[in-house]
Every structure is written in structure tokens, then in C-alpha cells.
Design a protein around this ligand. Structure first.
Ligand SMILES: [Mg+2]
Length: 132
């Protein structure tokens, strides 16, 4: 099974870093899509088949948290595994996201942390054999 990933972050540099990390993670990767804010993220989710969302919180136009709320109100989108990568310091906000089933990674992150989190969320079955 190839996994289609959507990366949502307002920083093009951060999107590129996350994309590179995902590409090197050993994940059986299908397509990678990028969006610069929550609104664009929702548009991509309507347009493409996405198996995993990796999203920032703080973005203009629509935040990651608002995007996740929209996803959870949609029968088609609410089951898509979502990992938030953010500098978010508010434990209250992190707890609130985690109660919604969202997984959380703090910025700055290491490639290993992203790989391990994706493995936790999707299972080892979607990784190539020797990815550790
Ligand atoms: Mg941001």
C-alpha cells in the first residue's frame, strides 16, 4: 500500500523539510501534496485521496486547529490520521488536539521523531522492510 501524504504549513521551507523527511523515512510513499494554510489543506483533501495529514497549527487564513475541526465535522475526512507539528507551547491546546485524536510533534523535530510518529500512527506495515 502506498501512502498519500498532505503537508500543511505556511512556511515553504518547513514543508520542504517535512517532505524530505517523509521521503527518507522508509515509508511506502504514494503522492505528496502541499498546502500553505488550513483552507488550502481542506481544498486538497476534497480533491485528492489522502491517507495521512501532517499539519502546522499557526497559519494565516485558516489555522491547523480550524482545519482539523472542519475535518472532524466531515464523515469523509474525520478518519484521516493527522499529525500536528508545531511550536505550540500551550499544553491546554495540545491536550485539546490530542483529545480529538490528533498526534503531536514539537518543532524543532528530528527526522527520527517524525518517522517514529508516522510508524505509531500508520503501523509498520506501510514501511519498507529495512527502515528500522
Ligand atoms: Mg506556521
Amino acid at each position: 500500500m502506498a501512502v498519500n501524504v498532505l503537508i500543511v504549513d505556511d512556511s515553504a521551507v518547513m514543508r520542504a523539510m517535512i517532505q524530505k523527511t517523509v521521503q527518507l523515512s522508509g515509508l511506502q510513499l504514494g503522492e505528496i501534496h502541499q498546502a500553505a494554510n488550513g483552507r488550502e489543506g481542506l481544498e486538497a483533501l476534497e480533491r485528492e485521496w489522502i491517507d495521512l495529514v501532517i499539519a502546522d497549527i499557526n497559519m494565516p487564513v485558516m489555522t491547523g486547529e480550524e482545519m482539523i475541526e472542519h475535518m472532524q465535522a466531515s464523515p469523509n475526512l474525520k478518519t484521516i490520521p493527522t499529525i500536528v507539528i508545531s511550536t505550540e507551547g500551550s499544553q491546554t491546546r495540545i491536550d485539546r488536539l490530542q483529545r480529538k485524536g490528533v498526534h503531536f510533534i514539537h518543532k524543532p523535530f528530528s527526522p527520527e521523531i517524525i518517522r517514529d510518529k508516522v510508524k505509531n500512527v500508520l503501523g509498520k506495515g506501510v514501511f519498507h522492510e529495512r527502515s528500522g
